[in-house]
Write a protein that binds this ligand. Structure first.
Ligand SMILES: Nc1ncnc2c1ncn2[C@@H]1O[C@H](COP(=O)(O)OP(=O)(O)OP(=O)(O)O)[C@@H](O)[C@H]1O
Ligand SMILES: [Mg+2]
Length: 365
């Protein structure tokens, strides 16, 4: 049985057996619906009517916040989604966002061995895996997801811990911005968050020259799933612009490109800067917005020097079309093909001997 690769994000679960030439077999929402009978802990035999209560998410800004829910989600993925059988579980590679607390790492490995009886475990930072997905071991990853953005220089497979930046900004902030802009212009109409998100994913784009585009931007009509017709104008570009001008989100941050350059400039030795900046992977769902990579490259060109020509790199042709959307998972699938056959992972015997703290010794760069 192939190892399972698991990248559970703030919005989307990406899970599947490690086949790096394919998309993850499961991609679905991390959010779950909590039912009343779950909460009151009643036995199923009491035949209580299940009342939909609330949508809950075990992950916020990339970090696990509700461990019970997370366990339910993992259980669903392993036994229902991927078909593991109780008593015959397999190996697992888990992706992790930047700056995950040590206790959280230990808890993950503990639950995997003690609750799910995995036969082998490995965990790696998403940024390192994203670089692997484009065939690099040195370079920079800029992963713009739903709840957070990870900016990370990586040298020969090792995260440059002192130079990384985690921003609590992601697609969810862009959805809220679109909703706010829409509400300002259409005070009498209501749009829910899910519809605003769908609209964002359909219409938003990044302009090559924002000031010029918003001067001439036509207003277009869009039909929502419920039949409502709405008008969208310059806000479709404003959403994409927010990572290049974070003041649009009312936050005091450098632009995404300046943030990356600042991270790299703090990396030593400076001879490495060229290779770091000439191998930038811009990935994650939010960065798949049309025009994002081209604008990133344009802004990075402005910071070029005679010796460093920054370059946003693309995945090799043999990788699947959605590689940048699922880059952490893809890199995990590539790495799993090496780690488990070469016995670099944590085995059950390792875990039984040394306990959860073994994760700090055996995993991570
Ligand atoms: N075409 C698009 N235009 C704009 N945003 C998009 C597009 N496609 C996907 N997104 C956004 O990408 C985000 C999901 O990306 P991703 O799967 O990388 O996040 P995640 O891994 O769940 O979250 P995180 O890594 O932040 O914990 C959502 O906010 C989604 O709305
Ligand atoms: Mg992610």
């Amino acid at each position: 049985m192939e190892p399972v690769v698991l990248d559970v994000g703030s919005k989307l679960v990406k899970a599947g057996f490690a086949y790096p030439d394919q998309d993850p077999s499961m991609v679905f929402s991390t959010a779950m619906v909590k039912t009343k009978d779950e909460e009151s802990d009643k036995a199923e035999s009491e035949d209580e009517e299940i009342v939909l209560e609330d949508v809950v998410n075990p992950i916020s800004r990339g970090i696990i916040k509700d461990w019970d829910l997370m366990e339910d989600l993992w259980r669903y993925i392993f036994y229902t989604g991927l078909g593991w059988e109780v008593g015959n579980e397999g190996q697992i590679l888990i992706t992790e966002p930047l700056l995950t607390p040590k206790v959280a790492r230990e808890k993950v490995v503990q639950v995997m061995f003690e609750t799910f009886n995995v036969t082998g475990f490995y965990a790696v930072e998403q940024a390192v895996l994203s670089l692997y997905s484009v065939g690099r071991i040195s370079g920079c990853a800029v992963d713009i997801g739903h709840g957070k953005t990870d900016i990370a220089p990586v040298w020969e497979g090792a995260l440059q811990h002192n130079c990384v930046k985690r921003m609590e900004l992601g697609g969810e902030d862009l959805t809220k911005l679109l909703l706010e802009e829409f509400t300002k212009k259409n005070s009498e109409r209501r749009l829910d968050l899910a519809t605003a998100e769908m609209l964002k994913e359909t219409v938003s784009a990044v302009a090559d020259d924002y000031a010029a585009v918003i001067r001439e931007c036509p207003v277009e009509e869009h039909i929502l799933p419920d039949g409502q017709v709405i008008e969208v104008g310059q806000e479709r570009y404003m959403v994409g612009e927010a990572f290049f001008q974070p003041s649009l989100l009312n936050v005091e941050e450098l632009s995404i490109v300046d943030s990356l350059f600042r991270c790299v400039s703090s990396c030593v030795p400076s001879e490495n800067h060229r290779q770091l900046l000439e191998n930038i992977v811009v990935c994650g769902g939010t960065a798949t917005m049309p025009g994002f990579d081209a604008r990133f490259q344009k802004e990075a060109n402005l910071l070029a020097t005679p010796s460093v020509r920054p370059a946003v790199v693309k995945p090799p042709e043999y990788m699947p079309e959605n590689t940048l959307r699922y880059s952490a998972w893809m890199g995990g699938a590539i790495l799993a093909k090496v780690v488990f056959p070469q016995n670099q992972h944590i085995t059950k015997a390792d875990y039984d001997e040394l306990g959860p703290s073994i994760v700090h010794k055996k995993c991570y760069s």
